[in-house]
Design a protein around this ligand. Sequence first.
Ligand SMILES: *Cc1c(COP(=O)(O)O)cnc(C)c1O
Length: 305
Amino acid sequence: MRMPTLNHHLIGLIHKSSFKKQFIFKKTELIPCGFKDPLNEDKFKKTKGLIYRYPDRVVLTTTNRCFAYCRFCFRKNNWEHFEGFSLKEAIKYIEKNKQIREVLISGGDPLTLENGELEKILNNLREIKHIEVIRIGTRALTSNPKRINRETVNLFSRYKPLWIAIHINHPDEITKEFRESARLIVSSGIPVISQTVLLKGINDNTGTLKKLFCELVKNSIKPYYLFGCDAAFGNGKFRVPTDKALELVKKLRGWISGICMPTFTFDLQKGGGKVVLEPNCLVKREKNRLLFKNFEGKEFWYEDI
Ligand SMILES: *Cc1c(COP(=O)(O)O)cnc(C)c1O
């Protein structure tokens, strides 16, 4: 596994001990565990860098370069063994498959590409009539916020409807520069959502998650997914047991605003896809009456039709 170097922005923040574990190699990663390709994305590759798993949307892995190289990356195998990306082939495939209405530009981090390269991708996608929405997944706001400037935002604006999905795992990642980048994007009418990975020793406590999600909403970012950590090579030390994870979610649901609450999701191994997990609130059912446990742990009967 390549030992990535940290960029300037991350080095400036590395004294914040709680979240630096995301980026710094530790020997415990060498404990053998996990899979090379935990989501079995290879099985769903249609062309070079195009993953088609769900009926109406595709992912493009446009690069293997990233601003962060998180130690728990589920695509860490791509760091060294990237098959590349063919825009021409991807466009041809999407053109032919008219049920695809959304394209998720991912990587690596697609914002490591030059604006010109990015524009070429966006432009080609926008020429396809059935493509309604473009989504860009990036860690730029948290790991290289200066990448988001007036020029970048103008580029995004030319290809609306376009959504930005950011990756963030800890409230310490919300810096002054982060806020400024978020403000630039949001004020140009581009919605921003966030994805977080639940990580042992980094954010696996109610306080940290609550603070992270509420701060995101204060910055007009909608927490979208909270993911279980995928079983990629060496990820064992980061993974939170499911029961504990559900306990954490239970302490958030209802206790924080619904806007602040992401959907807790696993991406199943062997390519099963995403499944949503919620603590079970249905206690029992008797004919048309259902007994529920609310967020406070109190039980209430509900009359069904
Ligand atoms: C997560 C994912 C998507 C996007 O799924 P959403 O639920 O729409 O966010 C699309 N394709 C693949 C392969 C994915 O892993």
